[in-house]
Design a protein around this ligand. Sequence first.
Ligand SMILES: [Zn+2]
Length: 400
Amino acid sequence: MSSSREFVSRTPVQGGATDQLRRSNLSNVLGLVHREGPLSRAELTRLTGLNRSTVGDLVAELAELGLVYEALPTTGNVPGRPSPIVHAQSGVVAIAINPEVDAIHVGLVGMSGRVLAKVRLEAATAPTPADVVRLASAAIAGLLSGREASLRVVGIGVAVPGQVRVSDGTVREATHMGWAEEPLSRMLSEATTFPAWAANAANLAMRAESVFGAGKGVDDFVYFIGGASGIGGGAVTGGRLLSGAAGYAGEFGHSFVRSRGTRCSCGATGCLEAEVTQAGLLEAVGLAPAEAGLLGSRLASSRDPGVRALISEQLDLLAIAVRTAVNLFNPTLVVLGGFLSDLYDAGGREGDALLSDAIRSAREDVRIEGAASASDQLLIGCGELVFSELIADPASLLLH
Ligand SMILES: [Zn+2]
């Protein structure tokens, strides 16, 4: 829980001191219900350190805003009056958009971090920002159609495979997409009238992993995620997401892994993402880009010596980047997401070699874990981007 707190937005809260305190308490209670799932009033009282009547008032205000509801527990034989359970309102949703070189993923994510619905829009070539706005707007209309009465959209979160200036959602550079200096959040907001935020895709997947996945409660971990548009990543150290000066830190995809290697989209050669690719693995097992969901099972079951050799070679290259990350950040956990998880699983015992060249003291007690599907993780991360704004100041965001 300690690590996820660091991801809460720093949107300034305005108003007098009493009002500020109330808003901060509302934020705290909503954040707990969001991250931890349904909690009793008694648990909220304990976790916030506030008194019972204050928690009761805060829950009532959040319920009035339509963000939570209370229900009596259905099971258990605890003597005395049962404490009502506070749940996040399931109809409060974020729209998630993840453009990739071969498709645009659009989804609806609930406040509990569940993907409620999603579509994959095929793209023959990398979509332009204008394509993303046009196609995603139509997909959003389709996803919301017939559900307007039961859903309340907080805003749009966009996961971009590239560098994004988080302060205004401008895509500085997304080399695989061929984008530079694109005001994507503003374009989406103007087209849909929903507020929109954008951030680096790998960082958002990592946030999802940190709040709901393998990284929950882990203060030091590194994350690698591989998809159609390359490899990204990030590091949480001492419970804080390493962002760098402007939010561009954690580009493990551009770790140098091979001398005289392939030219990378960044202009350098021998980068991890130029050497270890989803497209290469899909081709080796005869799958189309849209069938990436089948990659794990195909790789694991393949007895083709060519495929086995490719798995081995790709794991060796990945091991160089993992070794560097472990030596630099001394994590307790390495999370592999997307096709890297498929690759790791397919390698079987060879996967253990990912750590074997790290310095002994740094590799002690390091676990490697595969993350959930890359596409869901990215959509949940988009939801986190939106819900962190809502949680930072629940009352004011809903007034817009
Ligand atoms: Zn590169």
